[in-house]
Write a protein that binds this ligand. Structure first.
Ligand SMILES: [Zn+2]
Length: 142
């Protein structure tokens, strides 16, 4: 992942290659692996800085049990969809089975109707096995 903070975000995104983030299942122990993918979800969320307001910065990764990234996304307000929906749709678009997949999110998914439907419903419908989040959403209606 490109971490040059001075580079315009659009350029960073263009050069983003999800497979560059992949690691094999034996590269890391379980906890390190979660931490590594969460760090990558946070890096994705950062791509939304300046583009997500009034919504929070959210990055999402869908990862299969072998450490292969099936989908990735980050939220920008104008493109409406929430990060996890983008990541899940990308994974589903590849025809991948999500039954053993893990969804990494830097923020607890929303469960209310706003401009979009609740992400919790999209996540449940996707059939992913596990959701790993970094923090609870401090918004009361989340
Ligand atoms: Zn949402």
């Amino acid at each position: 992942m490109d971490t040059d903070f001075k580079k315009p975000l659009a350029e960073t995104w263009k050069s983003f290659n999800p497979s560059s983030l992949e690691r094999g299942p034996t590269d890391l122990n379980h906890e390190e692996r979660h931490r590594d993918f969460m760090r990558q979800a946070l890096e994705l969320a950062r791509l939304g800085v300046g583009l997500a307001a009034p919504n929070p910065y959210v990055g999402a990764l869908v990862v299969d049990p072998n450490g292969k990234i099936l989908g990735s996304g980050f939220h920008t307000y104008e493109r409406i969809k929430h990060a996890k929906v983008i990541a899940l749709e990308q994974a589903q678009g590849k025809g991948a089975s999500l039954k053993e997949a893990t969804l990494y999110l830097n923020l607890e998914p929303c469960c209310h109707q706003g401009r979009t439907g609740p992400c919790t419903e999209a996540i449940t419908a996707s059939g992913v096995k596990r959701v790993v989040t970094a923090m609870r959403d401090p918004k009361p209606q989340a």
